[in-house]
Design a protein around this ligand. Structure first.
Ligand SMILES: NC(=O)c1ccc[n+]([C@@H]2O[C@H](COP(=O)([O-])OP(=O)(O)OC[C@H]3O[C@@H](n4cnc5c(N)ncnc54)[C@H](O)[C@@H]3O)[C@@H](O)[C@H]2O)c1
Ligand SMILES: [Zn+2]
Length: 385
């Protein structure tokens, strides 16, 4: 299913992911990038190598990546804007045309170096250029290291909605080096930690306890803590997508907090929250909903909320009615024939998806969550009903 091997001499882990296109490995650990050229050589011979990244990412990590790849001759670098607003078909055209001009052919390799935006766009470009050229991910944000580089989803946004055009296109290899996160902004880093907490809630009670114990070290990006945390999260995502690549069952648990999060992002026009911040609010609401339905015990809710609050203050809950938020949930593209689905966690380390949640329970949660939890991180002192 998901095979793990320790790679000596450094504490690197090789994690095998099963996919419809065959297995691929994720090499995770501090210093992995220094082995990049050796690992890529193991994939076979390529007519040319093309790095796709963004000016911002390349400025931050380009030197170490270039050194690791030993990209002196026969390599070209294609930079495009990685703002979420540029995650569109125009960027795919820009990248593929640039690959053409650089002489790429079917035996070329594309290496996506960046966060989820670079990975999704470059991944889709690699999937469609000449009907598919080999792809390696070098994720450089916490989200891309523990989430988007694993599982083969690639794609872009349309003006009509997020991620509406895409393909399942598993990479040949993922090189995950926590040291590349040094330059990441605090907001992006903490946003990524929300997805880490999500993994702990739905699949790993032991990691949840470790986060409770070591959150200070995690927040200051302590080297060995981060190293361990990232490979553990890679393993969780790898295990889930190995069992359910196409999201027909198990993979849905990774949407914990996301039904709420997508609604919060949509009513604020994607301007107020970094995605992880919306997920943080969404997980608090999901924990309350679990309690409302008699599924999640109060002490579990309290642990979940307390851990999330340690990420720091969140942008305020929007001042819109529960009805408006429910409307946004219904228009989510993942909503199947108007039925709302919520992933709920009966206890830490376990979750499943429910599609029979009474609307009045969701409405109550949407009503009292912002009254119970203030954006500053303190439990509200005021009365709530
Ligand atoms: N394919 C999937 O399964 C999947 C899963 C989750 C998210 N996503 C997608 O991923 C995207 C979000 O990705 P993200 O959270 O990684 O953010 P991102 O790619 O938007 O990057 C965030 C910011 O950090 C910068 N950055 C990246 N690496 C850096 C580094 N090492 N140092 C300094 N700055 C750096 C980027 O230039 C950008 O400004 C969304 O489009 C989302 O839809 C996809
Ligand atoms: Zn997410």
């Amino acid at each position: 299913m998901c095979y793990i091997e320790n790679v000596s001499p450094m504490k690197m882990k090789r994690i095998l992911v099963k996919s419809s296109a065959g297995p691929y490995s994720i090499l995770s650990g501090a210093g992995v990038i220094r082995r990049a050229s050796r690992e890529i050589a193991g994939l076979g011979r390529f007519s040319s190598v093309h790095v796709v990244s963004s000016p911002k990412v390349w400025h931050a990590v380009g030197k170490s990546v270039q050194r690791g790849l030993r990209l002196s001759k026969g390599g070209s670098i294609h930079l495009f804007d990685d703002a979420e607003a540029a995650k569109n078909l125009r960027s795919v055209e820009e990248i593929t045309r640039s690959l053409c001009r650089a002489g790429a052919d079917r035996k070329s390799l594309v290496i996506a170096v960046g966060g989820g935006v670079v990975g999704d766009v470059a991944g889709f470009a690699a999937a469609s250029f000449l009907r598919g050229v080999k792809l390696v991910h070098v994720p450089t944000t916490l989200v891309s290291q523990v989430d988007s580089s694993i599982g083969g989803k690639t794609g872009v946004n349309l003006p009509e909605g997020k991620n509406l055009v895409g393909a399942f296109y598993p990479p040949a290899l993922v090189l995950t080096d926590p040291e590349l996160l040094r330059t990441l902004s605090d907001r992006e880093y903490r946003g990524g930690l929300a997805e880490v907490i999500k993994h702990a809630i739905v699949a790993d009670a032991e990691m949840f306890a470790m986060l409770e114990k070591d959150m200070e070290k995690v927040l200051r990006r302590d080297r060995s803590t981060l190293d361990l945390l990232i490979s553990r999260n890679v393993q969780i995502k790898a295990r889930v997508v190995s069992r359910d690549e196409r999201e027909s069952g198990l993979r849905e648990i990774l949407n914990y907090g996301h039904t709420f999060a997508h609604a919060l992002e949509s009513v604020t026009k994607y301007r107020r929250y970094q995605h992880g911040e919306a997920v943080a609010w969404g997980m608090i609401a999901a924990a309350f909903l679990g309690h409302e339905l008699g599924l999640t015990r109060a002490d579990v809710v309290s642990r979940i909320v307390a851990l999330i609050r340690r990420l720091g203050p969140l942008p305020a809950w929007p001042s819109v009615s529960p009805t408006a938020l429910l409307g946004a949930m219904r228009s989510d593209k993942k909503t199947r024939s108007g039925i709302l689905r919520f992933v709920l966690s009966p206890r830490i380390g376990a979750a499943r998806s429910y599609d029979t949640v009474p609307l009045h329970a969701v409405e109550r949660v949407l009503h009292f969550t912002p009254r119970l939890i203030t954006a500053s991180g303190k439990l509200s002192q005021g009365r709530h009903d």
